[in-house]
Design a protein. Sequence first.
Length: 275
Amino acid sequence: MHPLLKTLLVVSLVFSFQTVAQTQLRVEACESQRCKDYFTHFKKNAKRGNADSIATLAEFYYHGFGTPKNLKQAHLHYRKAARLGVVRAQYKLGLMYLNVEQYKDLEQGIKYLKRAAYNDHINAPYILGAIYYSERFGDHDKLEADKWLAKAYERGHKDMPDFIAHILSFEEITKNQFPYLYSAISKYPLTTTSDNRLVWPEDDGTEVITVSPPNIDDLLKEQMIASRKQTKHLGSRLGGKDCQSAVACKALTQDQMKDHMDITSGPITTNEGGR
């Protein structure tokens, strides 16, 4: 079995905003006055019904950013934001149902991951494909796996070459067994390196997601400005956010997932010199 997938691929919950360029960041527990000030601001906006602020507040509670870590409040605010159509909240709520012991619920996890996937979240189809392909969760369905893995492939998910290698270590990817994935690979085939690894081909027009570490203060301030322009009310019906509001994160093994908050970009440096 491929080392990356020695156990079922799952994902870490990470605090992340995304821009058009798919930049993202990670946030760890923070007790500084600066972090507390951010928490206070977003809590006020969340109380006014701003959907994105509710989602951000959920992240703060999950990681203990400016407030003590509180999974109950994180879950509550993820649910509120998910109902209001915030795609990153739908995705993160799905991950909580998959990964956080006290909330584990496969049916609910898949439900919210599908909502995020239908709203063009970049990582949700990949996670769904991994879940349906594996027998670990007890929901093995090769037809569903084929559908979602093909979507992840077509969107150029960075981990798809490794997952393709994982499948090939067990079986061939044929037109009969994986019709959608087979078709996607036929249109945009992968390249084999000198050390026999499958990788995305260079400069072929495939949009492969890359990660670079932005400044957390800049991104939080951008959201603060946006929230002033348009405050949504909890009773309103919001359309799904596009991929610019979504969250992508690194696929990890079961052991790596525990209490793991990293993403592929690694640590960022704050204005205080911390992470």
